[in-house]
Design a binder for this molecule. Structure first.
Ligand code: NAD
Ligand code: ZN
Ligand code: ZN
Length: 425
């Protein structure tokens, strides 16, 4: 049966779309220009209609192709203190819901520093034989989209949720996809590369389009904000409640601000560093602050905190974002009976824990692992409505080539949030 012009047009359009989306148009200098309609690709042979309407076929020369396709400069970590700038292949769209993002900014957080110093966290260590691209807090601009993508177009500015799950398992189906065993989370050993690169691939529903008034720099802060949102949802912070936040780093500050946005009446931030608490006073409007006495017992610190901040029988909610053992202990003692506690901070894996106080007060204790269904959406809403002035957290922006210096700055506790600019040019 003869092929009709409409069929041919559809086929050509489809193939051209795939071609353009695969990044292979970069091979244009070989023979194919965007005016030439691609008809089909079979292994390394492709056929296309040239501008005069003639059908032509050509072979992709692997060597040529490799040298002509666009590069994807990336920051690899080979082990503690061993970083290298190397090229990776530009990702290609394999699933029709994928998008490829040109990375604009990547934030640095404590876990990057942990990788930089120790080559990983816990058992998940990088080995020189399987180096890993770092970075997981990121924003970027949509570069290309799969054929089924409806919500995004090239040029859209997005915040990236940097991990996606299998979508099939029991945890995924109950909406707790952050607990999926097949999660592919950026910069997780052994093989999930991170966002410190020029091009990064995600499913479209893990990208969050930024409104015009939210900058790409602010977009990076959706990631840590989503951790705070997840924590606040786990303990169900309600209007009128009192919330004590341990740790006034990025996550703690955001916990305080999110708790206020959720309606908490009284928020107290706790830190051992005075300068952190000074900053907190400006960022979490109207919050109280507390400096624990390292010589006092957790019970004594809790009693003083309750007294100084007029918390009556104790706080309704504790959000722990320091990971420090004394914070966990004080947190249990500072809660009222029936109060709720969420552990966000990741410190020593085993600690001494006041379990009898927990039982006697019938506390609700929750763990927190990143974020899940709806958290990025809530974070974006809080940021775009101006309730969370996340711009204030950005203290420095460095070039892509200075990535390791950015990790060093965070290691030394300089500023609050350092951003690494994406590859220029
Ligand atoms: N659970 C998760 O999914 C998740 C996600 C992101 C970060 N985290 C963890 O959350 C914690 C906070 O992250 P961050 O980026 O804000 O780190 P950060 O280092 O910027 O902040 C930690 C803060 O805790 C303070 N602190 C240390 N010891 C203290 C003590 N005894 N009492 C009170 N404050 C104390 C520090 O001075 C610092 O200001 C880290 O442990 C991090 O690993 C967990
Ligand atoms: Zn982080
Ligand atoms: Zn799953």
């Amino acid at each position: 049966m003869a092929t009709t012009q409409t069929q041919l047009n559809d086929e050509v359009a489809d193939a051209t779309t795939r071609w353009l989306h695969s990044g292979l148009q970069q091979l244009g200098a070989l023979t194919v220009s965007t005016q030439d309609f691609l008809i089909g690709v079979k292994e390394r042979e492709f056929s296309y209609l040239d501008s005069s309407g003639s059908t032509r076929t050509s072979i992709l020369e692997a060597d040529n192709a490799a040298s002509m396709v666009e590069k994807n400069p990336s920051v690899f970590l080979y082990g503690p203190g061993e970083a290298k700038f190397e090229d990776r292949p530009v990702p290609t769209i394999e699933d029709s819901h994928d998008v490829i993002i040109r990375v604009n900014y990547v934030g640095v957080c404590g876990s990057d520093v942990h990788f930089w110093l120790h080559g990983g966290i816990g058992a998940g260590k990088i080995t020189p034989g399987s180096p890993l691209v770092m970075g997981h807090e990121a924003s970027g601009t949509i570069h290309s989209i799969g054929s089924a993508v409806k919500s995004l177009s090239p040029g859209d500015r997005v915040a990236m949720e940097p991990g996606f799950p299998c979508r099939w398992c029991a945890r995924c189906k109950e909406g707790r996809y952050n607990l999926c065993k097949d999660m592919k989370f950026a910069a997780s050993p052994p093989a999930a590369h991170g966002t410190l690169c020029k091009y990064f691939k995600l499913p479209e529903d893990y990208c969050f389009k930024l409104p015009d008034h939210v900058s790409l720099e602010e977009g990076v802060l959706l990631e840590p904000t989503s951790v705070a949102v997840h924590m606040a949802k786990l303990v169900n912070v309600k209007v009128g409640e009192s919330v004590v936040v341990f740790g006034a780093g990025t996550v703690g500050l955001l916990c305080g601000a999110v708790a206020e946005a959720f309606g908490a009446e009284k928020v107290v931030l706790v830190d051992i560093l005075e300068r952190k608490l000074e900053f907190a006073k400006g960022f979490v409007k109207g919050c109280g602050t507390f400096t624990p006495d390292s010589k006092a017992t957790p019970e004594e610190n809790a009693a003083r905190l309750i007294n100084e901040h007029d918390l009556g029988d104790g706080a309704d909610v504790v959000m722990e974002a320091s990971g420090a053992e004394p914070s966990v202990q004080t947190g249990v003692h500072v809660l009222r009976t029936g109060g709720s506690y969420v552990q966000g901070g990741l410190g020593r894996p085993d600690i001494c824990f006041p379990i009898v106080a927990m039982a006697a007060k019938e506390l609700t204790m929750k763990g927190c692992f990143r974020y899940a269904t709806g958290d990025f959406k809530v974070a974006l809403s809080l940021i775009s409505s101006g309730k969370l002035p996340v711009k204030e957290l950005i203290t420095k922006v460095v070039n892509f080539e200075q990535a390791t210096e950015a990790w060093e700055m965070t290691r030394k506790g300089e500023g609050i949030k350092t951003l690494i600019q994406g590859v220029q040019g």
